[in-house]
Write a protein that binds this ligand. Sequence first.
Ligand code: ARG
Length: 475
Amino acid sequence: MPKRDSFKMWGGRFEGKLSPEAEAYSYSLQHDVRLWKQELQVNAAYARMLGIRGLLSTHEANRLVDALLEIHTELEEGEWFPSDEYEDIHTAIEARLYEKVGALAGKLHMGRSRNDLIATEVRMWLRERTTNLARALFDLCQQLMQLAAQHKETLMPGLTHQQHAQPVTLGHHLMAHCWAFIRDLSRLAHAGDRMNLCPLGAGALAGTSLPIDRELLAAELGFAMPVPNSMDAVSDRDFVAEYLFVCALLMVHLSRLAQELILWSTPEYGYVELSDEHTTGSSLMPQKKNPDIAELIRGRSALVIGNLMGMLALLKGLPLTYNRDLQDDKPLLFATIDTVVPSVRLMTEMLARAQWRPERMRAALQRDFSTATELADYLVRKGVPFREAHHIVGQLVRECIQQGIGLEDLTLEQLQRHHPRFEADALEVISPERAVRARTLLGGTAPESVEQQIEQAQQWLAVIEHQLNELLNPN
Ligand code: ARG
């Protein structure tokens, strides 16, 4: 079969052709070429189904499947690549199929449309990429849990409003981040479940009167079931918006952690030193060590948030069903996944290679009044109403500040001048070590509570992993 000039899937109805500028404007091959594997898989499943339903002879179906396998090899080995004369991946593959099997290639498209093809293939692509993203997130959680276990006794100031509030452990702090990523994983699994329905067979919008088998197609392609409504099947891109939201929130979580690493690696904090592998120097100032990777993660979160906004805006005015606007979901989706996976991986690496400085964190608790609440609670235990206790300790703090001392410098006499119920053991509750050790409640910062929390996190992760396995490796 001779190669056709400017192969198109349509044209019979037209006398003229697209202006070169309009043609260039509408091309999508540069993006959807990434879907070539899914396009081939869908085509093969469709050919087999047509064979089973008697819409193709067995011989024809086999011939198509073999040719598709050949194209797969060609693409994998780099022996053939769609040239940019083709509008999109569907056209490019169909043209290649023509070159291999002639007019038989034209039978494959019966009963279907690029509208149901693209909706199916993007879902499959995303499902495949979910594996990478989920793996990266699991690794990040494991890294955080490992650090948390190592630092379950490492004291540091816990902050509210960026002011020293109460002592916590680094382990507890890192686990707080970990739970956010566990939620991201859970959202990913749920979004995956909602996405895992097969649009194929919906045709352009209204299905087909040809006796195709949508259930077979869905099962062959690893979907839970066909999308129940053909119009919804071709016009729905909720799954893209939802994934972008999952990614945007995940990037927000990464950005908050990155921001802390940036702050903590300043000389003012000095809690952590990031590895040379994740920092850069200055072209001007020889002494500099800049946390560029953390900054880039923080910055890239903005781009991903932008992609989510772009996607929602793309959808909001669209009447049913398919509209060409939908083509532009792919650059947003691809750019997002391309950003998010390395961001998660780099954060994991950065945490693993960082040098933590427990002595600096402990030093930050010196004379910082972060155990003032312990003193108030002490009085509460002695029967003093909390409001009164709060006021008394507030006055104590003020007096210390005036004298330039910390709570740990107070004597029993000074305490007793403020309230007679203070006894010798009051001096002990001022210790941050003690304050942390005493918080053994569920979800508290005491080492054993943090340990318990890590175990809980492992259980949550196991449940999510099971859920994702069912989605990604269906039998
Ligand atoms: N390239 C389109 C997209 O990505 C799919 C093809 C449907 N095109 C069309 N003119 N109906 O959404």
